[in-house]
Design a protein around this ligand. Structure first.
Ligand SMILES: [Zn+2]
Length: 1012
């Protein structure tokens, strides 16, 4: 449709809405202003002026009702919401919400907690005065629907509540800081909901409570406003990219709804649950013009109630329909967003019996009005986008606000019209969650009391607690029936073979029950929030054949596996009648046992051991290299021996950490080495701080001190080794190539990009790093300094893309790092196997370690510096060349006797191939045995690789090293193909990093090398 015609068409629609506010013949209330209520003429004129096309607005937001008592957003903004050049700080947004609260009995503001940097988060309730007066009473009513056990699951009782309760629709804005439009849209929306007397809005106000958190990522919002102000003050210049959002992570703040490690997740979670809200609707801005991705695409999360999937369709379809009728282009649902991972903030609602929703609207990353040109796939008409966005248009923040507010108003109205159904669904979903043991299973999950890693078990239970899951504890031993083993269909021949074998086997029937000791934790599935517990503890399987070929995010997350603790899925209903009690407070008993001056602490790869090392920084802590026995107890290699520590101090520290030192009669007479409180530097680039943020968060939570510096800073540090023992270089994330890390952003043109606190940018640095210019990278000088750091005895720990950097910079001659070709391991849980349990890096780990992997990279070891693994002619040629004889009867040349060929040295995929005599001949590139890579963990065999999620073409990485210790000079480069520290979900692999840190100057302990 040509644009001119399109405009006329849209104007016609607008004209037809002139008589809005009257009920239509079908009984539905028509959107539009109440002719009797005056409008704020000046405000309305400005809104119109800032709207770049007449069809970028709707009859719901093309006017602003006037009020004599209630201030409009102009009171704090100095202009209308969405005006070009205006982005309010969080405090301005809050100031306005509190002005509304003061001026109108229809608004109440609640403080819902603080951020990591101490900024306040709020929730604003808007509803009729009558509804707000009985807020607590109504909350109690909704609480009964949220927990149908209070109604004895009686549907008739529930119906009575459904008929009178006022639902809560919770809207959250700007979790993603460069997506800047939501705060002003939500300020204006709150005003409209409080003031507008049109029947359409009045119905919403009288019928429901709209709850609004206008800014979710408050720390990031204030930084973003700083950046925007810098931009306005420096017209024509490039402005810095928002490299930090919150204190720890950027975009990933919307992937925390599983692990709940960030304050913003915890605060929204608590608010959602406390209010017994029915909907959580999160606002984003990255797709033109309004993508309601609530419906999304498959696969859907396997743990949601099917009722929710239907609610998504209803709400999403109606949302698109209403806005399409308004003539607003570019409004669509479905699209490519899959609804598999429960990590998104909105998913708090999905797995707590509510409705999750998410909008992507179109933002300019600030409040500039810009000419925007779209990609062909963005403006293409598809089956789900019949009225697509324009290929090119002038776009303003006001346009964005019009879309956001219109979408929210039609959603609220539709929800209100159907609220009895949605409230009944809310109750039914909760009821079905409680009936889960009977109707679908499982019955419970058990975390046994005899867990070898009680502190990690505690951490996992704390996640469930933050998710508001009830945790019980068995008061006596539990005996549960195990599910019967399913027989696989086998060919007749196999059956016969097995029958023969079975005859020979001495008859030992498989156990049919399992016993858990008293004190075991039970996560009962007959509770309202059983679904989130099930989703976190269960296994995920994403088929390589799934029609969805581009998973939107992680495909696997099984928490028991990633925490390295036992979690048993129980299907025997008897467990629910076993004696148990609700756990109010979680803790692990710790403290010193026995008398003596020497203590041993077993090492089960619990991160708390490293916390202890740093808490007792002056004590003599040692790691034993061999097993020993003392007092009738066996201690494995890696056991921590504490000497010369103040007993009282040790006792209080271990009580706090949940560790149990045992007094020994004497120092065990086995080989041991010191465990160090190593001086750590956490290295970051100015390209992205997203992924390393999870590492900072982890170290902070464990109480492990570290310096935090950029590649620029270390390039200017004369002697790194004098300052640091270990440099952690976590993944850079987007584009962490050698070139990017070394060269940074181009500096030969353009202007400096400062990241500094100034009067113009008071919030920018916060508690993170600063630089006068974000562009320069590590530089070749910096590479040399890093190299020298390692050669002088330091340890550089690299992960995923930074291993590639280390390899390409020549710091790991024994390890080749390459990308994969066809493999697809998309954020999955995979199996790894212990290769060298004597390596201090592996202390505390067993034969099998589950780990998080996101497509490698693939490591291969070599004994020849600069060479790839020796190419072979193919497996069938490995045996012998063509000639006479058979496979075992060698060929010989005619005219002389046959000669036996020397046997080819063979090795496993993860091993360093042995050096042949030919290779050794006058070859300066042969790496001496002591300097070759030492494999700590390798990936499991192909068939055992998948634990949870999507693994396709895994043979490319199967059996290859997963963690390698590569010596360089006097030091080491420790290389991870897995990511051991990710989103607070991978606590089971934290100790691989922490062991590296504490044993940094003894990494060669237990190393065995070939002679040549
Ligand atoms: Zn976003």
């Amino acid at each position: 449709m040509p644009r001119a015609f399109r405009s006329k068409f849209a104007l016609l629609i607008l004209a037809s809405c002139f008589s809005a506010g009257l009920a239509r013949s079908d009984g539905e209330t028509q959107p539009g202003r109440d002719a009797k209520q005056p409008i704020d003429e000046a405000y309305t004129a400005k809104m119109k002026k800032y709207t770049t096309e007449p069809f970028f607005t709707s009859p719901l937001v093309d006017y602003l009702p006037a009020s004599k008592t209630v201030p409009t957003p102009e009171a704090v903004l100095g202009d209308v919401a969405g005006a070009s050049g205006i982005l309010p700080y969080s405090k301005d947004v809050y100031a306005y919400m509190r002005m509304l609260e003061k001026a109108s009995p229809r608004v109440k503001v609640f403080s819902i907690g603080t951020t990591e940097e101490g900024r306040e988060m709020i929730a604003v309730a808007v509803s009729s005065e009558a509804n707000l007066k009985k807020l607590e009473e109504n909350r109690a009513l909704l609480g009964k629907l949220a927990d149908p056990r209070t109604l004895q699951l009686n549907d008739a009782e529930a119906d009575k509540i459904v008929a009178q309760a006022v639902p809560v629709y919770y809207i959250t804005g700007t979790i993603h800081s460069p997506e800047t439009g939501a705060p002003t849209a939500l300020m204006e929306l709150a005003y409209r909901l409080a003031v507008d007397e049109s029947p359409y809005v009045k119905e919403i106000r009288d019928g429901m409570i709209t709850l609004i958190t206008p800014v979710v990522e408050v720390d990031g919002r204030d930084r973003m406003v700083d950046i925007y102000k810098w931009h306005l003050a420096h017209p024509g210049q490039n402005y810095p990219n928002l490299v930090y959002w919150g204190k720890y992570v950027a975009h990933d703040n919307n992937r925390d709804a599983m692990g709940v490690t960030l304050k913003l997740t915890e605060n929204v979670m608590n608010t959602y649950v406390h209010w017994n809200a029915q909907v959580l609707h999160d606002l984003h801005e990255s797709v033109p013009y309004l993508y309601d991705n609530t419906i999304g695409d498959g696969p859907y999360n396997a743990w949601i109630d099917p009722i929710l999937a239907d609610e998504w369709q209803m709400i999403g379809a109606r949302n698109v329909a209403d806005m399409t009728r308004f003539g607003m282009p570019g409004v669509f649902a479905h699209g490519n967003f899959d609804t598999w991972s429960p990590g998104y903030l909105m998913f708090i609602a999905a797995l707590h019996n509510g409705i999750s929703r998410l909008y992507e609207t179109f933002g300019n990353g600030g409040a500039d009005t810009l000419e925007r040109t779209l990609d062909p796939e963005e403006y293409a008409r598809t089956w789900y986008k019949q009225n697509p966005p324009l290929p090119k248009t002038l776009w303003s923040q006001r346009d964005n606000n019009n879309y956001e507010e219109t979408g929210l108003l039609v959603s609220l109205h539709y929800f209100n019209e159907n609220k009895r159904m949605f409230l009944k669904n809310f109750y039914t979903k909760a009821k079905r969650s409680i009936e889960k043991p009977k109707s679908e299973g499982p019955v419970a999950y058990v975390l046994p009391a005899d867990e070898a890693r009680p502190t990690l078990q505690l951490e996992l239970l704390r996640v469930l607690q933050k998710q508001h899951v009830e945790i019980s504890r068995a008061t006596s031993a539990l005996i549960v029936a195990l599910p019967p083993k399913k027989e696989k269909k086998k060919s007749d021949e196999k059956k016969k073979e097995e029958a023969k074998k079975d005859e020979k086997k001495d008859e030992k029937p498989e156990p049919t029950t399992k016993t858990f000791p008293a004190g075991s934790y039970v996560i009962r599935m007959d509770q309202p929030y059983s679904r989130i517990a099930d989703a976190l503890l269960d296994y995920q399987y994403w088929s390589p054949e799934d029609p969805q070929k581009t998973p939107y995010d992680d495909t696997g997350w099984t928490f028991g596996e990633l925490y390295g603790v036992q979690v048993v899925r129980v299907t025997d209903a008897k467990i629910l009648t076993a004696p148990m009690e609700l756990v109010k407070e979680l803790n692990v008993p710790g403290g010193v046992k026995g008398d003596g001056a020497v203590f041993a602490i077993e090492n089960h790869a619990e991160p708390a051991l490293a916390s202890l090392r740093y808490k007792l920084k002056d004590a003599d802590l040692q790691a034993v290299e061999e097993a020993f026995e003392a007092g009738g107890r066996k201690f494995a290699p890696g056991t921590m021996v504490v000497k010369g520590a103040d007993r009282g101090q040790l006792d209080s520290a271990t009580k706090e950490l949940g560790l149990q030192p045992v007094a020994l009669a004497s120092v065990p007479s086995v080989k041991m080495h010191p465990l160090r409180a190593a001086r750590i530097l956490l290295l970051h680039t100015w390209l992205s701080t997203q992924t390393e943020g999870w590492w900072r968060l982890t170290l902070d939570k464990l109480g492990i001190p570290y310096d935090y510096a950029s590649t620029q800073t270390i390039a200017g540090t004369p002697d790194l080794r004098a300052k640091y023992d270990v440099i952690l270089f976590p993944p850079v994330g987007w584009g962490g190539s050698l070139n990017a890390i070394v060269n940074g952003l181009p500096t030969t043109w353009g202007n400096p990009l400062p990241w500094e606190t100034t009067s113009l940018t008071p919030n920018l640095v916060g508690k993170n790093d600063s630089t006068p210019d974000m562009r320069p990278g590590l530089g070749w000088d910096g590479v040399a300094k890093l190299q020298k750091f390692v050669s002088d005895g330091g340890v550089l720990l690299t992960v995923m893309d930074t291993t590639q950097f280390a390899a390409q910079a020549g710091m790991s001659p024994s390890v080749n790092v390459s990308g994969s070709e066809k493999m697809k391991i998309i954020g999955a849980v995979v199996g790894t196997r212990l290769v060298d349990g004597n390596s201090p890096i592996a202390y505390g780990y067993g034969e099998k370690v589950a780990a998080y992997c996101d497509n490698g990279p693939v490591f291969s070891l070599t004994s020849i510096a600069g060479s790839r693994r020796r190419r072979r002619l193919g497996p069938e040629m490995g045996e012998r060349p063509t000639g006479r004889g058979s496979k075992s009867d060698p060929d010989f040349a005619v005219g002389r006797l046959g000669v036996e060929a020397p046997e080819e040295p063979e090795g496993e995929t993860w091993e360093t191939p042995p050096v042949t005599d030919e290779q050794r001949h006058n070859n300066p590139r042969v790496i001496p045995p002591a300097l070759r890579g030492r494999v700590v963990l390798r990936y499991a065999d192909s068939k055992d690789l998948l634990i949870s999620g999507l693994v396709e073409g895994g043979n490319e990485i199967a059996q290859h090293p997963a963690v390698v210790d590569a010596p360089l000079g006097k030091g080491h480069v420790v290389m991870f193909s897995i990511n051991p520290v990710w989103r607070g979900e991978t606590q089971g692999t934290y100790s691989l990093v922490l062991n590296t840190v504490m044993n940094f100057d003894s990494l060669n302990a237990g190393r065995k090398d070939p002679d040549k």
